[in-house]
Design a protein around this ligand. Structure first.
Ligand code: ZN
Length: 84
């Protein structure tokens, strides 16, 4: 009984790693299709940019009051679609 050569082990390992990376990327893109938005980092999803007392507010300038930002993966998807 002989052990498999080191090269074969390394190759198998890198193939596995690559498969894992591809699976992660596919999962991320799918997630960006289903959930294209994340909370705006500036207003944490409230859409408001408030005074210190929070009684008065204006629309958050970063997200124009929507409280959301488009995720990077979704932006890539949109760009790909518009190029077609
Ligand atoms: Zn915002």
């Amino acid at each position: 009984m002989s052990a498999p050569p080191l090269v074969a082990l390394v190759t198998a390992g890198s193939v596995l790693l690559l498969a894992a990376l591809v699976a992660l990327a596919v999962g991320y893109v799918l997630a960006c299709r289903i959930w294209p938005y994340a909370n705006c980092p500036r207003c944490h999803g409230s859409g408001k940019s408030g005074s210190p007392t929070r009684k008065r507010f204006r629309n958050c300038p970063r997200c124009q009051g929507t409280g959301r930002r488009i995720r990077l993966g979704r932006r890539l998807l949109d760009r790909r679609h518009s190029n077609r």
